[in-house]
Design a protein around this ligand. Structure first.
Ligand SMILES: Cc1cc2nc3c(=O)[nH]c(=O)nc-3n(C[C@H](O)[C@H](O)[C@H](O)COP(=O)(O)O)c2cc1C
Length: 176
């Protein structure tokens, strides 16, 4: 498969970014072709709702979204990796996701998706908004869930190293 991994953390030694790397390593070892785009370190502006794209055309904003646009359209699987920010996707990743609007017509076709999220607390209730968002998004886009890792108890940068989560992310990528 061709896979695009989108990450959403802006910080160095990011937990979700590390898991993205392990997922990617497993997927590449399994023979998949993987493109990674780090939204937290890119210049991607928010959708301006000008509707010049009519949900299926070039975006008027000439920024780093152009670097990932065609990869998304060509991908059979899209992996969303994000820290939990106030019970949802990070703004960095959500900003990128809002730009899906400009390619919505061609992106909303059968594909697979993976969700990897890290967060500090340990609460199924706090995971619920992000999981519901993911499920409704997939239903809307006609994408099928291929796995999700909700990883609690991870607050400082790098905390994920030495836990069981990197191996799980690797296995998820390896066994798609
Ligand atoms: C702006 C901000 C909002 C956060 N919101 C939450 C939250 O709602 N629940 C939680 O458990 N952790 C929250 N955290 C902690 C991060 O989710 C946690 O540190 C995560 O592992 C960071 O992933 P990263 O290293 O990939 O950036 C927040 C952190 C920041 C900076």
């Amino acid at each position: 498969m061709k896979i695009t991994v989108l990450t959403g953390s802006p910080r160095a030694n990011s937990n979700s970014g590390y898991l993205a790397g392990e997922f990617l390593r497993g997927a590449r070892e399994a023979g998949h072709s993987v493109f990674r785009f780090d939204a937290g370190h890119a210049n991607v502006g928010p959708c301006r709702a000008c509707n010049a794209c009519h949900m299926d055309g070039p975006c008027v904003q000439k920024d780093d979204f152009q670097l990932v646009r065609d990869h998304l359209l060509e991908s059979e699987l899209i992996c969303l990796c994000t820290p939990m920010y106030y019970f949802g996707f990070s703004a960095q990743l959500k900003t990128l996701m809002d730009r899906f609007y400009s390619i919505n017509g061609r992106l909303a076709t059968p594909r697979k998706a993976v969700l990897i999220a890290t967060y500090a607390d340990n609460s199924p209730r706090e995971e619920a908004p992000m999981l519901l968002h993911y499920e409704v998004l997939l239903q809307y886009l006609n994408w099928q869930d291929a796995g999700r890792l909700m990883c609690p108890g991870l607050w400082p940068a790098g905390a994920v190293k030495g836990t069981a989560w990197p191996a799980k992310a690797y296995e998820l990528g390896k066994n798609l």
